[in-house]
Design a protein around this ligand. Structure first.
Ligand code: CA
Length: 222
């Protein structure tokens, strides 16, 4: 994670607060994007890869609760830190049920918010290990879901295991024997052409050009 600049989306409609947040977070080394309405926030969270969403509950158009529900319904695990008025405690409880990770009540000191932001990003960094990436191929090891260029691709358990092997060893040539033993087990008939058959399936799903045949040796994800 060293050297990675975390991108934070701030969904808040009060200019006084957004400017306070932007200044402080930028000075702390984060990249910030501000959006002043709920619909815009839900759209940006879908289209851009943010590391954290700071979400005000009282937003025009679509309120913070609806934004959160929309994001979670889409299955995105973007960490969400809610900003709520001190009198909105019942909203806050509902926020956690709707999939928020933490909350800060207004008014807040910047240091207080920064501590929450850092804690959330640390947590997210740990769960990042459950996702593998190679170019635009992304594998979520927990949900066993694969996406290519942002589009979900249906993989069988065996195909997913094979894809995982390739992604973990991107740019390396993997022999049929290596693939066979890792994905099918050591007791599988080494004379079988099952690896080639499944590489064919994966090519159809991930795109032909992504898995290269290295003649006489094996396959490589590029
Ligand atoms: Ca507001």
């Amino acid at each position: 994670m060293g050297g990675v600049v975390n991108r934070i989306l701030i969904a808040e409609d009060e200019p006084r607060i957004t400017s306070f947040l932007e200044k402080g977070l930028r000075a702390s080394g984060y990249t910030t994007t501000v959006v002043g309405d709920g619909l815009g926030a839900a759209g940006l969270a879908r289209d851009i890869d943010f590391d954290l969403l700071i979400l005000d509950l009282g937003l025009p158009g679509m309120d913070g609760q609806q934004v959160l529900r929309t994001i979670r319904t889409r299955g995105e695990r973007l960490p969400v830190l809610i900003l709520t008025a001190r009198h909105g405690v019942s909203d806050t409880v509902a926020g956690f049920e709707g999939g928020a990770d933490d909350y800060v009540t207004k008014p807040f000191r910047f240091e207080e918010l920064l501590a929450r932001v850092r804690a959330r990003l640390r947590d997210a960094g740990r769960t990042e290990l459950s996702q593998l990436e190679a170019g635009d191929v992304l594998l979520d090891l927990r949900t066993r879901r694969a996406t290519v260029a942002g589009r979900t691709v249906e993989l069988s358990a065996r195909e997913f295991a094979l894809a995982e092997m390739f992604v973990r060893h991107r740019d390396q040539v993997l022999s049929r024997e290596q693939l066979l033993s890792h994905v099918w087990g050591y007791d599988f008939d080494p004379g079988s052409n099952i690896v080639d058959v499944y590489v064919g399936y994966l090519r159809k799903k991930l795109g032909n050009a992504r898995i290269e045949t290295v003649r006489g040796v094996g396959y490589r994800l590029t």
